[in-house]
Structures are given as C-alpha cells and as structure tokens.
Design a protein around this ligand. Structure first.
Ligand code: ZN
Length: 297
C-alpha cells in the first residue's frame, strides 16, 4: 500500500518534471539569448554602492514589415511630448515587499497610460507588457536569469521581470527603480513599435563591431525613452532636480562599468541620452538609429 503510493507519487513527480522541461524546451527555442546587464545607481551617495546588474532578453518579431526605416523613421518619433498622466505612485517605505509591488504596479499603470496614448497618436496598435516582481532568480522564456540581474524585459512573453534584492528592500531609491522599470518598458516600446524587428534582423547578419553598435542603439534608446517618461514627473517628490542630477552623474561615471563589452555605450554617452530625453520629453528625441554614430559610442 505504502509502496504503491510511493510509486504513484514518484510517477507523478516525474511527469511534472517532464512537463516543466518540455515547457522550457519549447519556449527557449528563440535564436538569440543575449544576456544584457543594466546598471542602477545605489540609493545612497555615490561610491559606496555596487552596480546592480540587469538584463534584457529578446524575442521574435512578427514578420509583417522589415527594413531600417522601422527603427530610423518610426511613427512614434512624430507624436510629440509624451503624455503627462500625473503619475504619483506614492511612497516607497523601506522593508515592505507589499509596498514595492504596489509602487511598481502603479508606475506600470502610468507607463501604460502614457505610452498607450503615444501609440494611439502614431496609429500603431499597442498591447501592455506584463510585470513580474521576483525576489529570486527565475527561468524566463528568454533564458536563465543573469547573475546579479535586477531587470529583464523578455519579448518572447512580453514581460518585464524586476528583481527586488534585500538591499533594495532595506534601502529603496524610488527614482532609481522607476528609471529601471521605465527602461525595461522602453524595450517593450521598441518591441511593439517594430523597432526591435529591425534590430534583431540586422543583428543576426552583423559582424561583432556592428552588433555592438546595434546593441548601443537599442540600449541608449531605451534609456532615453526612460528619461522621457521621467521628465513627465519632473519637479515632483519622486523626480527632484537633485535626485535626477545625482542619477545622471552616477551613470556618467559608472554606467559602463558593468559590461565587459561596450554594448550599452560609454558612461558619458548614456548620460547624454538621458539628458536629451529628459530635456525634450519626446520619443522623437530618442532616435539613436538615425543619430551620428559618434553620439552612439
Ligand atoms: Zn536594456
């Protein structure tokens, strides 16, 4: 009796394991899985923090249109200032995962509203990304979690994965986490608009130097999109002039340190695109694809 029960339990366990493996095998079949890191500034003064890594996964693009113009001449660039949705996600007190979830859910709702309006203006159909807040590594359809990562956008399941570390929980920096989620959202914008369709197509046939350049185009644009969103909250208690200046300076000094290769741009280049997006407040300011290559170094 107990032996039978044990055998049945074992058989069920094996069946469950096979299902999990089968799922992983089908969903991770995408051709590229490039782990990309994303540094975030620490909440405290510069110099004492470690750069939290992060990553961006990728996914397949619907094959309706191809060509460089998807990226260099996206209709999103002609939609004017990003809609100000009066985003006020509230406070982010230390030590509460419930508060973190509420805060990030509210920021995501703001991003959905603001970018949704922009896509309507551009007459591009829009779908929202999913948000998953995690406290330990997960396996995404875009691959295994990158060591030290704290943010990933996976286009295969259109999900933003945000890892909240113990340190972030203890010592939250609301502007920092908002900037990070807005960056991951920027990749979703690239995905839905078709910009990434060009990116991943071009990347597939590029040599190493060109691949790095394309990666910088993509990352610097996502960072600029993030800054455009941040600019809609300029002067609020979330985005004070001092905190924004601190963040841009942190990226100028440290933004490139997390990467062995120059796939996100040098620190000063990152700071320049952040500043440009923040000051102009329009997606059109973020056309890294048509910019002078000397500005995408
Ligand atoms: Zn990124």
């Amino acid at each position: 009796m107990t032996l039978v029960a044990a055998v049945v339990a074992l058989a069920l366990a094996v069946a469950a394991l096979v299902l999990v493996l089968a799922d992983v095998a089908t969903t991770s079949a995408d051709p590229v899985n490039e782990a990309q890191k994303l540094a975030s500034p620490p909440a405290k003064a510069p110099g004492n923090g470690d750069a939290n890594g992060g990553g961006d996964g990728k996914g397949k693009q619907p094959a309706t249109q191809t060509g460089q113009s998807l990226a260099t001449a996206s209709r999103l660039y002609r939609t004017g200032r990003l809609a100000d949705v009066n985003c006020s996600p509230g406070a982010l007190p230390a030590g509460s995962m419930v508060a973190y979830r509420r805060f990030l859910t509210r920021v995501t709702a703001c991003l959905n509203k603001a970018w949704g309006a922009q896509f309507r203006k551009a007459r591009i159909s829009f779908t929202k990304p999913r948000l998953r807040i995690i406290t330990s590594k997960v396996h995404t359809p875009c691959g295994a979690w990158n060591t030290g990562a704290d943010g990933v956008y996976c286009a295969a399941d259109r999900t933003m994965y945000l890892m909240i570390s113990k340190d972030q929980l203890r010592n939250p920096f609301p502007l920092g986490i908002t900037r990070l989620i807005a960056h991951e959202y920027g990749h979703h914008v690239q995905q839905v608009s078709g910009i990434w369709r060009y990116y991943w197509t071009a990347r597939a046939i590029a040599g190493k130097a060109r691949r790095l350049q394309l990666s910088r185009n993509s990352e610097l644009q996502a960072e600029c999109f993030s800054a455009v969103f941040m600019s809609t909250m300029k002067g609020t208690s979330l985005v004070t002039d001092a905190d924004w200046a601190y963040t841009v300076n942190w990226f100028r000094k440290n933004g490139a340190k997390g990467w062995p290769q120059n796939d996100h741009g040098r620190g000063p280049t990152q700071a320049a695109w952040m500043t440009r997006g923040f000051n102009r407040g329009t997606p059109g300011a973020c056309n890294t694809w048509a910019a002078d290559p000397r500005k995408v170094t």
